[in-house]
Design a protein around this ligand. Structure first.
Ligand SMILES: Cc1cc2nc3c(=O)[nH]c(=O)nc-3n(C[C@H](O)[C@H](O)[C@H](O)COP(=O)(O)OP(=O)(O)OC[C@H]3O[C@@H](n4cnc5c(N)ncnc54)[C@H](O)[C@@H]3O)c2cc1C
Length: 193
């Protein structure tokens, strides 16, 4: 079955994840109007009611939440020397730092490395191209694009002046693009986690 989900909020994303768990053969596309890196903070605090829904739908995630989350019920209001306690507010949450460093960062590190590899290659090409046309760092800065540009004037008498910086640019750009490709392929094959 092909499913189109309109909206990548918690509802849309979790529906897509749960549906794939139940039916791996389904093809699901989530359409979100906001940019991919816009964030609005999901799951800061969960009520008992929300947790009950998650327990019902996804026992594995619920079990992890149970282990990691702090839970509370009473809310104390401190006013001058008096403490007023209000009960019946079942809530659970975990520290943002722990969520970030223990769960989000380790799980997104591979994707970050792939993006970093691809970005380094393209950044080298942009910077050297700018220097080649005279818009980037210029001599005496040691910059490969400027070296190629300067060496181009002596190509018949001293070819190595343009050749070696040009080769260095090609090697660095291709090496980082290949590195990103290899990591991406190994991720897709499940060899890296
Ligand atoms: C300030 C604040 C704090 C909150 N704190 C908590 C909390 O601590 N704990 C908690 O459990 N809940 C909290 N909530 C409530 C929680 O954010 C919502 O219950 C939850 O976001 C609802 O999820 P949803 O997927 O149904 O809708 P939404 O989160 O509204 O997601 C809908 C998505 O659909 C996208 N969309 C809409 N129309 C289109 C379209 N035509 N095309 C493409 N995309 C579209 C929107 O951009 C949006 O990303 C908080 C809410 C707010 C405002």
């Amino acid at each position: 079955m092909r499913i189109a989900v309109i909206g990548g909020g918690p509802g849309g994303l979790y529906f897509a994840a749960l549906n794939r768990q139940l039916h791996p053969e389904h093809e699901i596309t989530v359409w979100e109007r906001n940019a991919a890196d816009d964030t609005f903070g999901f799951g800061v605090v969960f009520s008992d009611e929300t947790l009950g829904g998650i327990e019902h739908a996804d026992e594995q995630v619920y079990g992890q939440m149970q282990r990691e989350f702090a839970r509370w019920d009473d809310i104390d209001v401190h006013f001058r020397d008096e403490v007023l306690t209000s009960g019946g507010h079942g809530f659970a949450a975990m520290s943002r730092r722990r969520l970030l460093f223990k769960h989000i960062l380790p799980n997104s590190l591979d994707a970050l490395i792939v993006k970093w590899g691809a970005d380094v290659g393209s950044t080298v090409l942009v910077i050297t191209s700018l220097s080649f046309i005279g818009a980037g760092p210029q001599p005496p800065s040691a910059e490969w694009g400027a070296m190629v540009s300067e060496g181009a004037g002596y190509i018949t008498t001293a070819w190595w002046m343009a050749f070696f910086p040009g080769i260095a640019i090609a090697i660095v750009a291709v090496a980082f693009a290949l590195l990103a490709d290899i990591i991406q392929e190994r991720l897709a094959a499940g060899e890296v986690r």
